[in-house]
Ligand binder design. Sequence first.
Ligand code: FRU
Length: 486
Amino acid sequence: MNKLTAANTYIQKHKETVRNRPLFHFTPEVGWMNDPNGFSFYQGEYHLFYQYNPYDIVWNDMHWGHATTNDFVNWHHKPVALANDKLYDANGCFSGSAIEKDGKLFLMYTGHIDPNMGFDKDESQIIEHQCLAFSEDGIQFEKYQKNPIIGEKELPEGYMMCDFRDPKVLEVDGVYFCVLAVRNAERRGEIIMFQSLNLFDWTFYSSIYQSKFDENMMLECPDLFRVDGKDVLIFSIMPCDPKFQGEVIHKTAYVIGKMDYEKGSFELEHQGLLDYGHNFYAPQSAEGKNGERIIIGWMQRWNQAAPPRDYGFNGMMSLPRVLTLKDNKLIQRPIREIDSYFGHRTIHKNATLKMNETIDFHGGKAAYLRVNASILEKQKFQLELNKSEDKATRIHVDIENAMISFTSDYGEFSQIDISECCNALQEEVALEVFMDLHSIEVFINSGEKVLSFTAYDQEKGTDISIRGLSQTRLKEIVYATFKPEG
Ligand code: FRU
């Protein structure tokens, strides 16, 4: 049996063992999942591929899993698209992207070779190079006979083949470009660009973004796209060298500016974080069916506690977010399709709370909560989510100091403080919270700042309270529970 058939046979045999899936977040059919790959709209539906090990709930032996959807809540699992079954991708089909050309769907991915498998690397033996596969129906993929298409020959001197991955392909005026993560000779992360006229033959174009030496960063999973007349580059940061593990926190950043395709340079104008939590990594964007830009991220990070083994899966995707620009910031809104899945809305207008008084909602395991508070009153209040007798996740809002803090008694967690959450120009602070069985996503001020949180504790409380920590007046509170039928 070949590797692809073996993976699909294994999945069919074991998928029924998976328990406790989230209600509205994508999870693999069984086993381990990390980065979203090949996110695209092709032949009338959204396709999401992902880094996948069907055989266990730990990272290993990367395949590309595959699912399709029309509304981002109901996903249809498809057969595994790629298995690491060639010499050039023997130790993993690593992250990459998709593009449609002449009616076919092309996948560009990294073939990973590491005879020692794993993170204790002997760099001299690791090879990462770029490969291509294509399909006429978006389901069955054929690997290109002349893979790899970007390898040692194409990578200029001064870059390391052992960390050269995650091609994100784009088309600009009939020319293909792809951005890639690489380490330079000083072992620091750069994002480089290659160019092609046909997707098969690629030449080095330029280095478009370089990290500073003392930042100790590798810039994984770069993505370059246009939003509202500007170019946006996103990347995920991890320590560039195991020596710096612990000093560099995994996070996902964006820079806004101008990509000059003539000169091959990116002029940076503004920068920010895509997510303030510890659980959003390797996001990838696609152009939606109406021309909008949608991103989806792996709602987890490396070295994080796993769900209990008997759940049978490890890894979720975030809610997809639609990107726009406002005041030089990237705004992220949850995809609109999710709205219809929240029924029975309870609305309070101009609710007043005394110190320690609460408004309570019950049954909030998978729920939506929105709170709008005027910034004129210097009030403090707290959202208490997944509340049990002695545990909760808390979002503390301090309008006077423009600070939102997030703490949780669940998961492995250190407090997150988000400053500058409001300013005098704004009328109100708005918080929108999406709670699922194992996650919370908070959108602050209509998506100016976002925070993702995951915790797989089995016994989470289901109550929600909004508590006044001063005399508080809330302009509007909306609460709704999740209804699976949409
Ligand atoms: C990011 C990443 C990618 C790589 C993949 C391997 O999470 O490290 O750079 O392609 O995961 O699974």
